[in-house]
Design a protein around this ligand. Structure first.
Ligand SMILES: C[S@@+](CC[C@H](N)C(=O)[O-])C[C@H]1O[C@@H](n2cnc3c(N)ncnc32)[C@H](O)[C@@H]1O
Length: 434
């Protein structure tokens, strides 16, 4: 069982504040865990955990956010980040006890690849790099809009609150509002996943695991119910969704040792092999990209769960067939008139060749990661609030982080991810070599 540490006074203060502000907390408490920051621990044996009333959620529909008259041409993510940045600067912020328990900017600088030096970013796996590229361009777009509309918000603060939103929001389709309500970001039928964000103070203490409690919501608010019995002192996790370790690394700054939802993206191996004509065919058929290789339990039975087998997704099967079979055989597979089993051996052999080549690249990068020299960093381990930091201190921390100082945590997580990738590639090569 993970060892829970006393979280400190500010967390007690925040819990009391949350309970006075529409959050019901049942038999759980915030606690600090080594390597995961804050999390939630069972204070007694329990089933019912936490409920956050809809009026205590922070979304773009609530009066306190709307009162700032934030630019309309910005994403919901950007609006929430701008709101949090404006509140962060204001001593009168009603959310001060919540802000006081957020991870510091320095913590984000260590764990989140968006803050890493270029040298470290270049050593990320391909899938992480692609996710990081998207994350950076989303942040850049939101920043460009905000700095024009609200030039008083400093970039470092906006980046911080943008990451707070990224790591601490919940999916919220505004079930408390009627379909055409004027406070909705768009008419309900037009809403996309990117419009449906709410921040849930206190619920955002939960850490993630692949099979954890599922947060659920209805018009009354958000709740977490225990997915099984928990013993007092045991950490309770929720599942943030079915995320690969590349996604968890880039979006949240950690990876799981064992992750049922993990997969190796094959896009960087397959996409460059496609001719422009093949790209068009796959696009038209809806099979362009998102190719994965996974290690999945052989069956649902408890015994077989430990035995893993390699699986390629249907999209990969399709693209590989276009690459190495005549077009009519590809068409028969896509239309479903042929299950493709006769040609499976050829497909497996082709994939084996790709994996063997990649395996050499993986070994080279892993060697490079392991040869990185960890530097010393005076800010390590200090959890300093940005607000309380002097200007000189902030500059010093900025300088350290802008440089190429490599932290042990960064090197460790990179090496661990590449070893996981090596494991998937080797299992794939073994599986497809038979
Ligand atoms: C919603 S917050 C959870 C509370 C957070 N640990 C804190 O200290 O405030 C999400 C962040 O928690 C951390 N986290 C969540 N699950 C984790 C896990 N299984 N292992 C390590 N860190 C985790 C990551 O830093 C992530 O960005």
């Amino acid at each position: 069982m993970a060892f829970a540490l006393d979280p400190g006074e500010e967390h007690t203060r925040f819990t009391e504040w949350a309970e006075k502000n529409g959050v019901e907390v049942n038999g759980i408490a915030p606690a600090r865990f080594i390597g995961r920051g804050m999390g939630i621990v069972a204070a007694k044996d329990l089933k019912r955990l936490v409920f956050v009333r809809n009026t205590s959620l922070i979304s773009v529909t609530v009066p306190s956010v709307r009162s700032h008259k934030l630019p309309q041409n910005i994403t919901v993510h950007g609006k929430l980040a701008a709101f949090l940045a404006l509140e962060y600067e204001s001593e009168a912020s009603p959310h001060r006890p919540w802000q006081d328990v957020w991870p510091s900017q320095e913590e984000f600088k260590t764990i989140l690849p968006i803050h890493w030096s270029k040298k470290l970013q270049d050593l990320l796996p391909h899938a992480s790099k692609a996710l990081l590229f998207n994350q950076q361009s989303n942040l850049d777009k939101d920043w460009a809009t905000i700095t024009t509309a609200l030039p008083s918000i400093p970039k470092s603060l906006f980046t911080y609150t943008w990451i707070i939103v990224n790591t601490r929001t919940f999916y919220w389709e505004y079930p408390d509002l009627p379909n055409n309500h004027p406070r909705l970001p768009k008419k309900r039928a037009m809403l996309t996943a990117d419009d449906c964000y709410a921040m849930c103070p206190f619920m955002d203490y939960f850490n993630h695991t692949d099979v954890g409690c599922d947060p659920t919501n209805d018009a009354k608010g958000y709740k977490v119910t225990a997915n099984r019995d928990y013993k007092a002192g045991e950490e309770i996790y929720v599942s943030y969704g079915t995320h690969t370790n590349d996604f968890l690394l880039v979006e949240y700054g950690f990876i799981l040792d064992s992750n049922q939802s993990d997969a190796l993206s094959l896009d960087h191996l397959i996409l460059p092999l496609l001719s422009s004509e093949q790209v068009e065919i796959l696009k038209e058929d809806g099979f362009h990209g998102k190719y994965t290789l996974s290690l999945l339990p052989k069956s649902d039975s408890e015994k077989a769960k430990k035995e893993l087998e390699v699986q390629i997704c249907h999209r990969t099967q399709t693209a590989l067939r276009l690459l190495c079979l005549p077009n009519r055989r590809y068409a028969a597979f896509v239309s479903g008139t042929d299950d493709g089993s006769n040609e499976q051996g050829k497909i497996n052999a082709y994939l084996l060749g790709l994996l063997k080549q990649y395996s050499r690249q993986v070994m080279d990068v892993l060697e490079e990661v392991e040869a990185l020299t960890v530097g010393t960093d005076a800010t390590n381990g200090k959890r300093r609030s940005m607000r309380r930091k002097s200007k000189a201190g902030a500059q010093e921390a900025e300088d350290l982080n802008m440089g190429n100082i490599i932290k042990a945590e960064q090197k460790d997580i990179l090496a661990m991810r590449w070893k996981q990738i090596r494991g998937i590639v080797n299992a794939g090569a073994k599986g497809f070599g038979n």
